[in-house]
Design a binder for this molecule. Sequence first.
Ligand code: ACO
Length: 337
Amino acid sequence: MNNTLRLSEIAGVGHYVPNRVVTNADLTGLMDTTDEWIQERTGIRERRWFEEGKDTTANMGANAARKALEMAGLTPDDVQLIVFATLSPDYFFPGSGVLLQRELGIQAPIPAFDVRNQCSGFVYALSMADQFIKTGMYDTVLVVGSEIHSSGLDISTRGRAVSVIFGDGAGAVVLRPSTRAEHGILSTHLHSQGEHAEELIVKEPGSNRNNRVEYVVANELDMYPYMNGQNVFKHAVVRFPQVIKEALDQNGYQPQDLDMLIPHQANLRITQYVQQKMGLPESKIFSNIQRYGNTTAASVPIALSEAVQEGRIKRGDLVCLAAFGSGFTWASALIKW
Ligand code: ACO
């Protein structure tokens, strides 16, 4: 960290999830699975699925953003930059950042861009926003993670290993220059390893075809997510502790100094493994995967928003956000709240 640069702080956080609750029992009507299997392997009891005609990736992000702005005492017109993390944009192009700008009614031609880093997307987006604040280029940055998975899942028995995991939702934070010395985002840490790109992938509609539309029509199965679950699991349980430790080391802290760890909600078993590996009590690690499943880029800000709402994060607390996912990519952010 360069201490001569100003720190940024999370001035507001909010989330939105669709009303439609889909329980494990509901899934048993669609595929050969059981509540026991899903709970035992993932911890998930239910997830939210969007409502067509009502929820979009951009407007769910806008709902979360309005709450974050309200908490910060700001309005959409105060926003100077939008950073939008999603793997499930409303359109192939343009990205969801500009759609969010429109949803929020922001008339000023502020910059907006998308980050495509899947489960690590929000922490990557937060890190980018942090750099803009640190350098003084912007004072108010909206960082959003929003996903609609349910419309792209194979909800037959063929796709059950993946489709029971994912859910829809959105979370957002407002970043501002820190008003308190040595409080705010202390450091962020970003990594990737592209050799594992195909281990967790939605392959189509890829652009490397002579006629991609024709190809997709003939190979529609490649539009569903594929995951080598066991391999992803093996890497996740190594990378999560590594990237959390990296953040603590850089700032001279030990795991026991952490007040709250907000991991990406990938699988409750992964979270429990990380908790044990870091030697943390259950009260210091936040889990809501039971109610929402894995919402990829939305999972960290939804969890952060709930943790703040529930009073589990207080001023001055040491908070770590950490994520791992497709790419592979992984990332962390250490925050003095
Ligand atoms: N219901 C019932 N049985 C199932 C289901 C299901 N929904 N899904 C798979 N099975 C069966 C399999 O067919 C297999 O049967 P078999 O032994 O007869 O072949 C058996 O259950 C075991 O399957 P595995 O895939 O070995 O199960 P595993 O214990 O590995 O759990 C899981 C699968 C939950 C996907 C796990 O591997 C996991 O969580 N991996 C990591 C996921 C993750 O972290 N993703 C990263 C973020 S996502 C992102 O970045 C986009």
